[in-house]
Design a protein around this ligand. Structure first.
Ligand code: UDP
Length: 424
């Protein structure tokens, strides 16, 4: 049997039986060739998962490729609207005209031949893979459009616990050709899908990444200082791209309430502008700068990806005094897992992904209201023994339930089940 040094690093961190199961399932999948397709190579949770997952499963003897279909700005507006609707935030009329334009573009992005002016095509190179793994809700039509792209698995990474019906129906019409559909929480599973076509894959983080591994305090503080933070004063931080779902406005409101009680407090909002499909980020950042900061030099909006690299994310998550995650919707929320691994109790919201990870009062707090969130933030800033106690529980939660091997096992089981439905 193949051994994976990348997997064996987890011995002593996660249970031996989990590692054993991974080896066993991987063995049954030896020589399979899988192609992953998503919309962005960098930035955001999906890219994070794939860049950790693929090298490890390759070591387990399963061949993998990864292709990115970059969508243009017009497509970006349709998909931004669609995600708003899928996450139940936008209940307006379905954008039919934009849908037609988008679907046509998607066909051309993959098609090859004189009739297509595609700048991205891969039909030739990848017609012979055994399994297609489609990520991102906007790519869901692929298995229907291109029957050669089967057997296929679709992974829904957004929070579909409360979808707007028309958006859910739009997605649902494309699901029948899939051998299996994956969701990252039970709450997000579409109700009318047959159970044999559904797999919940619990996500997890890689503790060996630069972003998550130990970082000496001195180095961490040096990074915070270089970003303009005064290391001698308390710091509240939210790490998240500048997106409407991350509710950066409430982060500032919470900070303002805390500052009334604790004038020395500072705020960092850390969101490197790198995800190519995140078209609203610039607008949101400008809005915050122009309409919310009001010249307060203790508010630090940090978006330059040359400064906010993974080591800097590590430093902010590890050495901030309190971490907030104020998402309005969140399928899972890696930023929370990462902070909890660094012994931070997170002041989060009652959304799908955060409810999975945070137990209120035990390893963090779950609270939607601004005043209550400010009160818990202040409590953690003032009572550092409490902060340490909850932080230790947060670390233990991640160690037991949300480290990478859990995700690997779920992923391999998904391949196994899809293979059983549609033998390759
Ligand atoms: N991230 C990062 N730099 C930033 C902000 C976020 O590397 O400035 C990473 C973050 O550490 C996490 C991922 O991007 O690993 C975001 O995943 P999450 O599930 O929290 O949210 P998404 O962006 O996928 O909605």
């Amino acid at each position: 049997m193949e051994t994976s040094p990348l997997l064996d690093r987890y011995k002593g961190i996660v249970s031996a039986s989990l590692i054993q199961q991974i080896y066993e399932v991987a063995h049954s999948l030896a020589d399979l060739h899988v192609l992953h397709i998503n919309t962005t190579a960098q930035g955001g949770g999906v890219a994070e998962i794939l860049s950790d997952l693929l090298p490890l499963v390759e070591e387990l003897g399963i061949r993998h490729d990864w292709k990115v279909i970059s969508l243009d700005e017009a497509s970006g507006y349709f998909t931004a609207r669609l995600v708003d609707m899928l996450q139940g935030y936008d209940t307006g009329a379905f954008p039919e005209a934009e849908k037609q334009v988008f679907l046509e573009k998607l066909r051309h992005a993959v098609g090859k031949g004189p009739e297509y002016q595609a700048d991205i095509y891969f039909i030739h190179d990848f017609q012979l893979v055994d399994m297609y793994f489609i990520h991102d809700f906007q790519l869901v039509p692929l298995a229907e459009f291109f029957p050669w792209m089967r057997p296929a698995i679709w992974f829904c990474h957004v929070d579909t616990a409360h979808p707007t019906p028309s958006a859910q129906q739009y997605i649902r019409q494309f699901l029948d050709p899939y051998a299996l559909t994956c969701f990252n929480s039970p709450a997000s599973v579409f109700e009318d899908l047959p159970p044999e076509k559904v797999q919940v894959v619990t996500l997890g983080i890689d503790p060996f990444r630069v972003k998550n591994r130990d970082l000496p305090r001195e180095r961490g503080m040096q990074i915070l200082s270089s970003c303009g933070i005064d290391p001698a004063r308390p710091l509240i931080t939210q790490v998240s791209r500048f997106g409407v779902w991350k509710n950066p406005w409430q982060v500032i409101e919470i900070y303002r309430l805390v500052k009334q009680q604790m004038p020395a407090v500072q705020l960092a909002m850390v969101g490197a502008m790198e995800a190519k499909d995140d078209i609203k980020a610039e607008e949101i950042l400008a809005d915050l700068q122009q309409n919310y900061v009001h010249g307060d030099t203790d508010i630090h909006l940090l978006s330059d990806p040359t400064i906010i690299n993974h080591e800097a994310v590590n430093a902010f998550q590890r050495y901030s005094s309190v971490i907030l995650q104020r998402s309005i919707r969140e399928g899972f929320g890696f930023t929370v897992t990462e902070a909890m691994w660094k012994k931070q109790p997170v002041v989060g919201t009652r959304v799908t992904g955060l409810q999975m990870q945070i137990t209120h009062g035990s390893n963090g707090y779950l609270v939607d209201d601004t005043e209550a969130a400010a009160a818990y933030t202040l409590k953690l800033l003032q009572d550092r023994d409490l902060w340490r106690e909850l932080g230790a529980n947060a670390y233990e939660t991640v160690r037991q339930r949300f480290l990478f091997p859990t995700l690997i096992l779920g992923y391999l089981k998904a391949l196994q089940r899809a293979q059983a439905v549609a033998p390759v």
